[in-house]
Design a protein around this ligand. Structure first.
Ligand code: GLU
Length: 423
């Protein structure tokens, strides 16, 4: 959906320029942030189960390394392309800076619909992709993680392939691994948990009782599903949820555990979910339904100038990366809807990725309490930093978050002697 001309990289640049301007930076102070440091496009030949060879296209883009090694997920999606991955890599740089963890930003992607591949084909695809990006990844260099349609199992295959080439086990090359091979407890739920921490903090700041609000969530994957679960378990009323097939609505609250149990069979999707009092709605109806808190937890370019004006929520918490276009942002701002930006709202995943990486380096394992407490501390500190910046500069939270991030990245770059110090 959305307008045809949408380009996520252009969207990112326009927000970056605006925030840098508000910070009073000259173009030359942040010019480097407008370009990824490295872009790699690879071809991935895969022997399909029927014996045919199919060639897929993959990417790994490294945006900025001023604050540390590159960090960011890998997504498998039929619509993935270089501009999308470039934008996502920049958002990772900003995200890591907002929560102040010592990483730069990167992202990877493969243009593939993983539902059309068998498990064996997916393993071969993942292993070949890993060998293609192998020269530029590593625990001190660039550390991938899960993203849309990838998970711990896929990370295990990447870790194994990388380790085979090195001749020894290198758990720290990826995060989001299964527990048994060096993953962190709490990592699969971390992004969704972070979204709930940030949502509650935002409502508290607005003087609203979180238990008295209604919630709508677009996306029932790892992030949307976990956020829905945590909200449900803590007594919140979720009136609408959606996935790629459509949405469901129930005014007095959906039964989230039942929906997630239904969806746990991968063949099922929401359009086939039936329960008493549950109405089926379109994606557009989900985004514009009567609710207080709207949580887009799917893909980019969902809240656009076509629907922004009809959105009824008071607060939008961006659990997805880049769900709102620049044009929509302006409309929401005029309507007085608070938007908690992606680079703050969904940073919980990469924060616990950081914990995982630290645990790998130290060959230690933290317990769940330590993970969740430290996650909460970091998320709330980031929320405060963003809120203070937004207040100081009289701006939206998105601008506040970008200003915090750009400031940290530009300062780090300067302390290293600046981008032209080699000249
Ligand atoms: N893919 C997640 C994100 O967009 C997590 C990245 C990571 O853990 O490195 O933030």
């Amino acid at each position: 959906m959305g307008n045809k001309a949408y380009n996520p990289y252009e969207n990112m640049l326009s927000v970056l320029d605006q925030a840098a301007g508000k910070l009073g930076l000259a173009r030359s102070d942040y010019e480097t942030l407008r370009y990824p440091e490295r872009e790699l496009t690879v071809s991935i030949p895969v022997k399909m189960d029927n014996g045919e060879i199919k060639v897929f296209e993959g990417y790994r883009v490294q945006h900025n390394s001023s604050r540390g090694p590159y960090k960011g997920g890998i997504r498998y999606h039929q619509d993935s392309n270089l501009d999308e991955v470039k934008a996502l890599s920049a958002w990772m740089s900003f995200k890591c800076a907002v929560v102040n963890i010592p990483y730069g930003g990167a992202k990877g992607g493969i243009k593939v619909d993983p539902r059309e591949l068998s498990r064996d084909e997916l393993i071969r695809l993942t292993r070949r992709y890993t060998t293609r990006i192998l020269p530029i990844i590593g625990p001190d260099q660039d550390i991938p993680a899960p993203d849309v349609n990838t998970n711990g199992e896929v990370m295990g295959w990447i870790m194994d392939t990388y380790s085979m080439f090195k001749g020894h086990s290198v758990p720290g090359v990826v995060t989001g691994k299964p527990l048994e091979i060096g993953g962190s407890i709490g990592r699969p739920e971390a992004t969704g948990r972070g979204v709930t921490i940030i949502t509650l903090q935002c409502l508290k700041n607005m003087g609203l009782d979180a238990d008295a609000q209604t919630y709508a969530i677009q996306g029932m994957g790892n992030v949307g599903g976990t956020a829905a679960s945590i909200f449900y378990e803590t007594g919140k009323k979720i009136v609408a949820v959606g996935d790629y097939s459509g949405g469901v609505y129930k005014e007095d609250g959906l039964n989230i555990p039942e929906i997630l149990a239904f969806l746990s069979d991968r063949k099922n999707c929401l359009k086939d979910y039936q329960a008493e009092g549950v109405a089926h709605i379109t994606n557009d109806e989900l985004l514009t339904c009567k609710c207080d808190v709207l949580i887009p937890a799917a893909l980019e370019n969902q809240i656009t100038e076509e629907n922004a004006d009809r959105i009824q929520a008071k607060v939008i918490v961006e659990a997805a990366n880049g769900p709102t276009t620049v044009e929509a942002d302006e409309i929401l701002n005029k309507k007085g809807i608070i938007v908690v930006p992606d680079i703050l709202a969904n940073a919980g995943g990469v924060v616990v990725s950081y914990f995982e990486w630290v645990q790998n380096i130290q060959s230690m394992a933290w317990d769940l309490d330590e993970v969740n407490k430290t996650l909460e501390k970091i998320m709330l500190k980031a929320y405060n930093d963003v809120d203070n910046m937004a207040k100081e500069k009289n701006s939206t939270m998105r601008m506040g978050a970008y200003m915090v991030a750009i400031n940290r990245i530009v300062t780090a770059g300067k302390m290293r002697g600046g981008p032209i110090s080699m000249a």
